[in-house]
Ligand binder design. Structure first.
Ligand SMILES: CC(C)(COP(=O)(O)OP(=O)(O)OC[C@H]1O[C@@H](n2cnc3c(N)ncnc32)[C@H](O)[C@@H]1OP(=O)(O)O)[C@@H](O)C(=O)NCCC(=O)NCCS
Length: 205
């Protein structure tokens, strides 16, 4: 399941404090200046800090291509009074499950922005008729991200061992634990199929 037409992701979503919008190539400089080059921001994510602002455009092109193919939807997180991207949130829909990931510029931390953005995207994904599970993975040491997931109603479901996600984040550690959190979708119409049931029970990322 990866059809943009079927999923109909909104290109712009207004929330109480934010505007989430489809990224543009012109976001590259703002992203470089605000978060993609910051080692504190990239500490627990699967990519390393960007060293050169020219690296950002290819990344954005890949995000836009993924939107087009339905592989992944990424929204630039912005504030209504300004256009620039202060963070990004992404969502992938696979079969009956969706997962989210996010990042926020350090000078905007602890204002509730990511919680608001994550809540909005999880609600969007949960409201897709065929989605029965929304999940996210975060490093056990990433307390801020765990708190965001907790605030949007996810529950800890599994500790994962040495998976590739962790090897990329923390190559210096052989094994590390990781929390996987889920939010079950609200009641859906119709009977639950066997594949939906399996998907609900799965703990694999
Ligand atoms: C995780 C991240 C996106 C959170 O963004 P944010 O906009 O600051 O999140 P919010 O303001 O919505 O919520 C943060 C919560 O974490 C709490 N928090 C922050 N640092 C914390 C810490 N060290 N220990 C415990 N709680 C912490 C805040 O107090 C707040 O909770 P509260 O509202 O109950 O006070 C941001 O820290 C970030 O970009 N980190 C680097 C990238 C990253 O880790 N991405 C996620 C990968 S899974």
């Amino acid at each position: 399941m990866a059809h943009t037409d079927l999923l109909k992701p909104p290109e712009v979503i207004e929330t109480r404090q934010l505007v989430l919008r489809r990224p543009r190539l012109s976001d590259a400089d703002d992203m470089f200046d605000s978060y993609v080059a910051d080692p504190e921001v990239t500490r627990y994510v699967t990519w390393r800090p960007y060293k050169d602002r020219r690296e950002v455009a290819p990344f954005l092109r890949s995000r836009l291509a993924r939107w087009g193919s339905g592989e992944e939807f990424s929204w630039a997180i912005t504030r209504p009074q300004e256009y620039r991207a202060i963070g990004m949130i992404g969502c992938r829909v696979r079969e009956h499950a969706a997962d989210i990931g996010y990042v926020m510029s350090r000078n905007c931390w602890n204002r509730g922005y990511t919680t608001e953005a994550a809540n909005t995207i999880v609600n969007w994904a949960s409201n897709l008729e065929f989605v029965y599970r929304v999940w996210a993975v975060c490093d056990v040491e990433n307390k801020a991200s765990a708190r965001v997931l907790e605030k949007i109603g996810m529950q800890e479901r599994a500790f994962l061992g040495d998976i590739s996600f962790i090897r990329i984040c923390r190559p210096s550690r052989e094994t590390a634990l990781c929390i996987q959190r889920f939010v079950e979708s609200s009641s859906k119409r119709g009977p639950v199929s066997e594949s939906q049931r399996r998907n609900r029970a799965s703990v694999n990322p």
